[in-house]
Design a protein around this ligand. Sequence first.
Ligand code: F6P
Length: 400
Amino acid sequence: MPKKIGVLTGGGDTSALNATLKGIALKAEELGFELVGFMEGWRGVLKGGRYFTLTPDLIDENHGGTLLKSSRTNLIAMDKLGAAIENLKKLDISGLIPIGGDDTLTVGTALSEQFTTVFVTKTIDNDVGINPPEVDAVDYSKMVNYFCPGFPSAASRVIDAVRDLRTTTYSHDRVIIVEAMGRDAGWLTLSAAYGQADLIVVPEVPYQPDRLAEAIREKHAEQGNVIVVVSEGIRNDDGELMITSQAELDAFGHTKPGGCSEIIVEAMKKRLPEISASSFRALILGYLQRCGSPMPLDRDTAIKAGSLAVRALADGMLNGVATITRTDAGIEPTLLPLEQVLKRDESGHVIRRSLDPRFYDAERYQLSPAGAGYFRPLFGDLPPRALSLDEHLVNIGEIG
Ligand code: F6P
């Protein structure tokens, strides 16, 4: 009987999930394994859950989202880990590949104590992995999980959006506060530096309205328009999320962020009376960051990571993670034992990776040189600041 393995995708989707599934399906086929795809994340392995035989021809790696669909199902809170394992065994599944971020992997690590599990990460928040050691110069090759598949594609969408916004921001002298995703970590927001964001505000540093107002005042005086990009997960000095609606908890007990850009607009209008109140706008990028096709590097890396996870199961690895490593030769997937990648807190939750503080210049609200070094393999060199159209104008007169 051929070996039978399972796969599922949990949490928020990304553009590179189908690419990971393609890598898994191709390698499974090559090794003669039967691959079972469980629908809707962890929900798919519970009573009533749906599954089907997943073959490479069903999967388009250039199509965003996930063929398997996703959910935020918390088997631990539901006390359903045992039931899930029984169901997997009933189906003769001998190894499972959960693809997910910190929440999906928190459930997966608990399951892995009793069932063979190899993980592949995904999240546009880029918060699964470990930063390079804090000694001397940043050694990018020592970063565990250089990026989470899905992050580069989302970052490229943030970059494009912020770059494109400049034309309208210029035409109408706007001050636009753009809200990017990132529940706890500022990686995605920081990528906006490649779209020439003027100021970047991340959750790792408490939001200080007076300081931000001062920075906006300066930029506005300099160029007449300002684009600020903020993470949805920024917190005030008391550590509270800045949300506009009633606090809503997800299945893992996290408060859903949303609306901080609108709160900032109001705070800035009050502090900056010299700028017309009608210049300020809030813009929430929302799902436009997560949808659409993956960028080629992201897609190809995700395919390789998926394939490596199946290889690990074939080699008899009980618990591992297919991570991404930066080497001199480029970006390559690397298989690591679970405990080297997924550190857990006392309650068993996978600890999220914050933005490395060396990558962000909090004084200037900007990407630091070390941060530009991080993004280089993904987006090349930081583009030089484009001259504002004002700076090209000659013989400027003023009607008296
Ligand atoms: O999966 C991470 C993420 O994209 C966060 O950045 C965001 O806060 C969250 O998911 C939103 O997801 P949803 O609206 O699908 O619950």
